[in-house]
Design a protein around this ligand. Structure first.
Ligand SMILES: [Fe+2]
Length: 279
């Protein structure tokens, strides 16, 4: 079943996304919801978890180096506010429109904390240029979308995400750059001859969401403010996404024991965020 667009706005959003590889939504989360998610961040970094589990992975470096990026994967396992946000129908429906699909499941999520560093020049909190699908080649499609939720007004002054518009049409490039903080070096690995490298900052109000395609090159630079830049990130898969056998892809851990080629990612570990049949 294909997704049927219902409004002119949805059609325009999808056309923009298909052309540019990203799209910025109106405000999705109101001030109260943003505040609740900011509190969720505090609890996560203090290891105050809901229930008995742990996140899938945690990248929370040496406490003696507080200017480094912090990240967890699958906050929905351990925080109720995150669970509600990343499986919310309002995010799922926007993702469904962009992926042109009838059903959206959560692939996994992240909470990301980019510390404020003040004015001094440093690259330690940067996120290197990368394409998300580098990490997700065990899916039988690259039609995945990432939703990046701003939990404060976010622009270049506090290290907003930047995308290279149109780069989702360049194919999968040979770079694994997320943790490489030297963006110019990564750019040299990823540039494609005769394709324009234009860096577009994704400027968001608190509660707005940017969406990008799994092949869109993106990264971020320094947070020059004195406050952390907080976000939650939800990665979504369209209906019919199945396991494809590849070597050395980290996310195979999400599949559990002994996955077989063609197995659908349609179980409780990939919760439903949207189904057109519930309209
Ligand atoms: Fe990414």
């Amino acid at each position: 079943m294909s997704y049927t667009q219902t409004t002119e706005e949805e059609k325009q959003a999808r056309l923009f996304y298909e052309e540019n590889g990203y799209w910025i939504s109106p405000v999705v989360f109101n001030a109260e919801e943003v505040e609740a998610l900011r509190k969720a961040h505090d609890r996560i970094w203090n290891h105050d978890f809901d229930g008995d589990a742990y996140p899938l992975t945690e990248w929370f470096p040496d406490p003696n180096k507080p200017d480094r990026l912090r990240k967890i994967d699958n906050g929905w396992w351990i925080n109720d506010e995150m669970y509600n946000a990343v499986t919310s129908r309002k995010l799922g429906k926007l993702a469904a429109n962009l992926m042109n699909t009838s059903e959206v499941r959560l692939w996994y999520d992240q909470a990301i904390y980019k510390p404020g560093t003040g004015k001094g020049e440093t690259s330690v909190g940067n996120v290197g240029w990368h394409q998300d699908w580098v990490y997700w080649q065990c899916t039988n499609t690259s039609n995945l979308v990432t939703a990046w939720v701003a939990l404060q007004d976010t622009d270049l002054s506090n290290g907003c995400m930047q995308v290279i518009p149109g780069s989702h049409k360049w194919g999968l490039l040979n770079s694994d750059g997320f943790f490489n903080t030297e963006l110019e070096a990564v750019r040299k690995q990823m540039e494609v001859e005769e394709k324009p490298w234009r860096e577009e900052p994704l400027i968001l109000k608190a509660g707005q969401v940017s969406f990008h395609h799994a092949l869109t090159i993106h990264g971020s630079r320094q947070n020059f403010s004195n406050d952390p830049r907080l976000s939650i990130v939800a990665h979504y898969i369209p209906h019919g996404t199945a396991y494809k056998r590849v070597q050395n892809v980290d996310n195979i851990r999400l599949l559990g024991p002994r996955p077989k080629e063609g197995d659908l990612f349609d179980n409780q570990y990939f919760p439903l965020a949207y189904s057109a049949s519930e309209e």
